[in-house]
Design a protein around this ligand. Structure first.
Ligand SMILES: C[S@@+](CC[C@H](N)C(=O)[O-])C[C@H]1O[C@@H](n2cnc3c(N)ncnc32)[C@H](O)[C@@H]1O
Ligand code: SF4
Ligand code: SF4
Length: 309
């Protein structure tokens, strides 16, 4: 399922830094246990050049800079990283947009890459209900600079009870501001007070979302995981050195960081290793609980995309 030749898409968590405090983010949900590992480590450009190459992933098409706890635009080498990898792959960055300067965003746009701006409101008051610490005017001038210089922009709007009446206004604003796409997320996270407007279909078996997409995930520590859904459990074990869940036990029992990090192992060694194989094997007998809750029961976020141009 996960092999050098099959991988087409890699999500990379570039850093553990972020500038704002969204209450539904794992940074906040898990903060008592993980705060000491936040805001202190990033993957370096030189590590990425070594790990991500045609030699390791001959069919790779997309690098998606979006992790579970990162604000990728804060990475100190982000422009060098984009400059280098956009020569070889499609690039997407997910951002809160409330960082750096218009000059930075204009430069980023000049690479013609895709950026998802997480804007869950239409003004300061509605935006900061979830994006606590974000500055609407700054986000707006940043997306304008990005779009003007040729970037492909998607307005990503997470629907909550507090903002779902603003969806149409946000869509109108996205169109008039020159965004290419509008993406609406109905999130499943428990503490989201999620909108009740979407019904989910029940699935009867595990359909591995990342496996189906030929996709995998790299954490900001260099650990390679099958998907982002396992990252919050990984992060907790990384922070506490303790295991509670079945996945956490498996991670530790299969050698932990020493066997599952790109700092110490080659990508194919990790993908062919005990952690990945045990997860796959679990699906036919007793699936890893996170696989069960994410990819068996109807728990996946619902994404409704719309082209604006
Ligand atoms: C942890 S963020 C990292 C990227 C960046 N900091 C951002 O917020 O876009 C990863 C993704 O999770 C999304 N996200 C944040 N809170 C969420 C929630 N409560 N439910 C679903 N997705 C959420 C973000 O919008 C982003 O697309
Ligand atoms: S901006 Fe992204 S990483 Fe930062 S707190 Fe919000 S969701 Fe988490
Ligand atoms: S939770 Fe399990 S089944 Fe779902 S994408 Fe991740 S590895 Fe695949």
């Amino acid at each position: 399922m996960w092999t050098n030749n099959t991988i087409e898409w890699i999500d990379i968590e570039l850093t553990s830094f972020c500038n704002i405090k969204c209450p539904g983010c794992f940074r906040q949900i898990k903060k008592e246990k993980v705060s000491h590992v936040l805001d202190n480590e990033s993957l370096s450009f030189s590590q990425l050049k070594k790990w991500i190459s045609k030699k390791h992933f001959p069919n790779l098409k997309l690098l998606n800079f979006c992790g579970s706890i990162d604000e990728p635009s804060l990475h100190p080498e982000i422009l060098e990283i984009v400059d280098y990898f956009s020569e070889h792959y499609n690039i997407n960055i997910s951002t809160n947009g409330s960082t750096k300067t218009k000059k930075f965003w204009s430069k980023l746009g000049s690479y013609g890459i895709s950026v998802f701006f997480g804007v869950d409101g239409i003004d300061q008051k509605s935006l900061e209900k979830y994006r606590i610490g974000s500055n609407f005017n700054k986000v707006q001038s940043n997306w304008r600079a990005f779009i003007k210089s040729g970037g492909n922009a998607t307005w990503q709007f997470i629907a909550f009870e507090h903002n779902e009446h603003l969806i149409d206004d946000a869509k109108k604003m996205a169109t008039s501001e020159g965004f290419d796409n509008f993406r609406l997320i109905y999130s499943h996270r428990n503490d989201n007070k999620e909108s009740k407007k979407i019904q989910r279909d029940e699935e009867n078996k595990i359909v591995c979302k990342y496996g189906e997409q030929n996709r995998l995930f790299i954490t900001h520590t260099g650990v390679m995981l099958p998907c982002c859904f396992l990252n919050s459990e990984y992060l907790q074990t990384h922070a506490t050195n303790k295991a509670q869940t079945d996945f956490q036990h498996l991670y530790m029992n299969t050698g932990g960081v020493l066997t599952n990090s790109l700092k110490y192992s080659e990508p194919d060694e990790i993908m062919n290793g005990d952690l990945f194989n045990s997860i796959i094997k679990s699906w036919s007998s007793k699936p890893i609980s996170r696989c069960w809750s994410t990819c068996k029961k109807a728990k996946q976020d619902v994404f409704l995309g719309e082209k604006l141009k």
